[in-house]
Design a protein around this ligand. Structure first.
Ligand code: GLO
Ligand code: NI
Ligand code: NI
Ligand code: NI
Length: 404
């Protein structure tokens, strides 16, 4: 549709899974061989890791990357020390960006790993924790700005609750909104023009996440006057955990003007948590691309692989294969979706199905010329509303099969 695959897809490699992941799970320690780690969480090791990361992303040919503050730089003994560590790594990231042309799709802050965030960050019951989170996000936005980041992501982490008997829900939501307005004010103050994105996710890690799905996030955004401040970063596995499909979440966000970016991965029907698998299913990627093409792409957002190789993978080469598989799946999906759109197959289905709105009473309703009186008069005369034929329906898979 007049865009190159590269401009349309804007692939991004995530720092946390790709360069920090070691295969740990709740039942066991890391299993992966990572030759770039020296076993310490030192600044020196973090600096070496930057070289490895940029070599990997360059070889892959991905135009973007993204990170959390604590993936790229070790947390220090105090906020000041953490900030200093981050500055040292950011200087190196900047150097490497300039050298390779790789750009920052988005930055973010890790507000969930450290035990201080056990009750949340902006929604913590402890005001000091709110202050700490604010200071951390301030720094993360500043670093993202220095690195020319095109977006800044807020995944809720532990912004939610487990038990309503000891939780003041109204107050926590108010605090979260206060936090977002403060973040926005600071971004304006320093001239950061990147797009803010909420990343909805249900159930994990808290039982009741305030950012459960796109609809919950949109309600929050509109309740608290954040309409011009934040859009959405939709993740496949989060959509399915919420009981939706990725296509539903994307379309829901898109029709209201809030589709900002995506975290591309896939879940597992048999596993009830965020497994972050690389997307390889071209039926899935085609469905995603059908929606993404409807809005002409995602820029300034992109397609970030928030995905990891399985803990049974041992070799760094698996990281290449996994990303290449994901990129190919999206490229194929984009081509198939573009071909379906060009032929107008789905448009024809919709047109047939909604034919009754093109003239007569349907047109009057849509025009706004109908009233309850006129609708009643029409129906009294007609007597019955027989359901019209639902028009052509076909499994999307069958249609996709014709384009593979
Ligand atoms: C967790 C999320 C997480 C976010 C990341 C960036 O399930 O997907 O990985 O994408 O923290 O905000
Ligand atoms: Ni994510
Ligand atoms: Ni996730
Ligand atoms: Ni994930």
């Amino acid at each position: 549709e007049g865009q190159s695959l590269r401009d349309l897809l804007r692939f991004s490699v995530c720092y946390w899974h790709t360069f920090r992941g070691n295969g740990t799970d709740p039942f066991g320690a890391g299993t992966m061989v990572r030759p770039w780690e020296d076993g310490t969480d030192s600044v020196e090791n973090a600096l070496n890791r930057v070289d490895v990361a940029f070599e990997f992303i360059s070889k892959l040919g991905a135009p973007f990357y993204c990170f959390h503050d604590r993936d790229v730089a070790p947390e220090g003994a105090s906020l000041k020390e953490s900030n200093d560590n981050l500055d040292k790594i950011a200087a190196k990231l900047k150097e490497k960006q300039d050298e390779t042309g790789i750009k920052l799709l988005w930055g973010t802050a890790n507000l969930f790993s450290n035990p201080r965030f056990m009750h949340g960050a902006a929604t913590s019951c402890n005001a000091d924790v709110f202050a700490y989170a604010a200071a951390q996000v301030k720094k993360a936005i500043e670093v993202t700005h220095e690195l020319g980041g095109e977006n800044y992501v807020f995944w809720g982490g532990r912004e939610g609750y487990h038990n309503l008997y000891n939780t003041d829900m109204k107050r926590e939501l108010d605090h979260l909104a206060r936090f977002m307005h403060l973040a926005h004010d600071h971004a304006k103050k320093i001239g950061f023009g990147g797009q803010f994105l909420f990343e909805p996710k249900p159930k994990e890690p808290t039982k009741h996440q305030y950012d459960f799905d796109a609809a919950a996030c949109l309600n929050f955004i509109r309740s608290y006057g954040l309409e011009d401040v934040v859009k959405l970063n939709i993740e496949t596995n989060h959509a399915t955990l919420a009981g939706h499909t990725m296509m539903h979440e994307l379309e829901y966000a898109r029709i209201q003007g809030y589709l900002g970016s995506i975290d591309a991965n896939t879940g597992d029907l048999l596993l009830g948590w965020d497994t972050d698998q690389f997307p390889t299913d071209i039926y899935l990627t085609t469905r995603c691309m059908l929606v993404i093409l409807r809005q002409g792409g995602l820029a300034p957002g992109g397609v970030n692989f928030d995905a990891k190789v399985r803990r049974e993978s041992f070799e760094p080469i698996d990281l290449f294969h996994a990303h290449i598989g994901g990129m190919d799946a999206f490229a194929r999906g984009a081509k198939i979706a573009a071909a379906i759109r060009k032929d107008g197959v789905l448009d024809d289905f919709v047109k047939q199905r909604y034919g009754s709105w093109d003239e007569g009473i349907g047109k009057q309703i849509e025009d706004g010329t109908a009233t309850f009186d006129s609708l009643e008069a029409y129906m009294l005369e007609k007597g019955e509303a027989a359901p019209n034929a639902s028009g052509r329906q076909e499994m999307l898979e069958n249609i996709i099969n014709q384009y593979i």
